[in-house]
Each structure stands twice: as C-alpha cells, then as structure tokens.
Design a protein around this ligand. Structure first.
Ligand code: ATR
Length: 291
C-alpha cells in the first residue's frame, strides 16, 4: 500500500507485541474497504506507557488496541470509558475521538460472538470458565447478560470470589465460583455444555501435572480455548480426540478485532477478509517453521 502524509495510523501497544496477529487482520480490512489507514504494532514498556499514549494522541491516531501488560493501567490515561470497559475494569480498544481517548473492551463481545458463530445456544447453555483474570472477567461480564448458568473456577479462589461480588454489584446477576481443584472441576463439568479456558495452561508446553491431565470431557461439550498459539492447544487436541466441538482462540481474536474495527471506522468489519488474512498468515508461518 502507498503510505502518504494523509494516511491515518492505528495500532496495538503491548509488550511483547511481535507475535500479534492484529496487524494482519486490520491491514487486510483497511485495504478491503479502501480506508487509508495503516495498523502498526508498538512495543511499549510499562514505564513508557504514559509517554506512548501521549505520543499516539498527539500524532492523531484513529485509535489503538491495548494488550498485555497495559489493559488495566491504560485506564488512567483515558478521558472516557464506555460502560462495558468500566464494568470489566480493563480496556483493549481505544478510540481517539477528536483528541479525547475513549476506552472500550471488546474481548467479551469477541468471545461471545465466537461462541454464537459456532452454534452455541447462549441463553440455554451451562458454562464453565477456567480462570478469573482479565480475559475471564471480560467474558463473564458479557456472558452474564445472556445466561444465568456460569461457573468460574480459579486457582486463586479469592479472585473468583471477588469476580462474583462484582458481577452481583454491577449487573445484579449471580454466578457460581469454585476453586480449581480436580474434585470441583469434575463437579462443574457434570453440568457443563461449554467449557472456556482462559488460563494459559496447555497453550504450548506439555501441561503434565496440570488440571488438564484428568479432565473428563463429554463429546457433547463445546470446548473453547481462548489462547492462540502456532499450533492447536493441548486442551483442544484432547477435546477434538474426544469428539467435542472445538473453538480456537483465533475466533475470539477475529471477533474482538471486528468489533474494534467498527468502533474506529463506523463501518461494518469485513470479517471474511480478516479471517482469510489470518488463515493465510498462519499457513505461511507454518511453512516458514517447517524450513
Ligand atoms: P489474562 O488477561 O490472559 O486473563 P491474567 O489476568 O494474568 O491473564 O490471568 C491469568 C489466569 O490464568 C488467572 O486466572 C490465573 O490463575 P491465578 O488467578 O490463580 O493466578 C490462571 N493461571 C495461570 N497459570 C495457571 C496455572 N498454571 N494453573 C491454573 N491457573 C493458571
């Protein structure tokens, strides 16, 4: 593409950002719709966050995504927060509204849309969420709008209890929380239709000795692992072998990205173009790795 003085800038800030696939899908989307904008990854260390945000704002960027480790810290640099970001307490998308930075969170919408697009009956399914960190919070707050059957299991039980209190206070909804032990997991899975893993356990390394070892999956379950890597996660491999419907983290990446794109441009995101760009990038990466 031709970059001129008129080209707008969009991007992602985080550390690390070099493996982010967001530039691939957003640049494909801008090209498809003929929008003169380029999406760039910016590696930003925690101590440089304030300066980086100031720089992006004064450059007049269209907006940007925020990833690890800045999703909470970025809040203090926002002029406004939308309701979802405020409830979740984290921001992954920023719109530059004529110099006012407005924080959004599209992670929950991305996950829920990935589930919907993969045929999950959202209002009637029973969900078990593993983890209670930032991503889990986004998913729980969004899911709780449509379903009342949510169980959250976390290694640090206090964090899950805090999430339960916040959901009650902010949404007036109730969720069930349990510690992430084998016994509780077995109990939770007995009433689960959809298992969502938000922890990084089993993403790449061999997760021997983790809760995945003896996970009792039923083939009628849908298993969604939000972490994406270069190969299928251990959890998804196991779920596929058991005959479960599986959803990979790329689906969440795609839908949270589509939602961010719509916030920045006010245009409907060309989802199929974005999906194809991600798929062909992954094929290319796999070929490069094979060499
Ligand atoms: P993210 O923004 O991706 O959700 P995070 O906020 O750091 O990242 O949350 C990571 C989640 O993975 C947490 O729920 C964490 O559990 P703790 O709250 O007990 O730390 C969970 N997690 C990470 N490593 C884990 C492990 N080895 N076993 C179980 N849970 C793990």
């Amino acid at each position: 593409m031709l970059i001129t003085g008129k080209t707008r800038v969009c991007g992602i800030i985080g550390n690390p950002v070099e493996h982010s696939l967001s530039p691939v899908m957003h640049n494909a989307a801008f090209a498809e719709l003929g929008i003169d904008c380029v999406y760039v990854p910016f590696r930003v260390l925690p101590e440089s966050l304030k300066d980086a945000v100031h720089g992006l704002r004064s450059q007049g960027v269209l907006g940007f995504n925020v990833t690890f480790p800045h999703k909470i810290e970025i809040i203090k640099h926002m002029q406004k927060l939308n309701q979802t970001a405020r409830q979740i307490g984290a921001v992954n998308t920023v719109l530059n509204a004529k110099g006012d930075l407005v924080g959004y969170n599209t992670d929950g919408i991305g996950a829920v849309e990935a589930l919907r697009q993969n045929g999950v009956d959202l209002p009637n399914a029973g969900f078990t969420i593993l983890g209670a960190g930032g991503a889990a919070r986004a998913i729980v707050f969004t899911l709780a709008e449509t379903t009342s059957r949510i169980q959250v299991l976390n290694r640090t039980f206090e964090k899950a209890k805090k999430l339960k209190r916040e959901v009650k206070r902010k949404l007036r909804r109730d969720i069930m929380v349990l510690p992430l032990t084998k016994k509780c997991l077995t109990q939770a899975l007995s009433t689960t239709n959809v298992l969502v893993n938000t922890t990084s356990v089993g993403a790449n390394a061999d997760p021997k000795g983790s809760f995945l070892d003896e996970l009792g999956l039923d083939r009628r379950m849908t298993v969604f692992d939000i972490v994406y890597g270069q190969s299928e996660s251990m959890l998804l491999q196991k779920a596929r072998q058991q005959g479960c419907r599986t959803i990979g983290g790329i689906e969440m990446l795609l839908h949270q990205g589509a939602s961010a794109f719509e916030i920045w441009t006010g245009r409907r995101a060309p989802i199929e173009t974005m999906r194809r760009a991600l798929a062909s990038h992954q094929v290319k990466q796999a070929k490069d790795n094979a060499w």
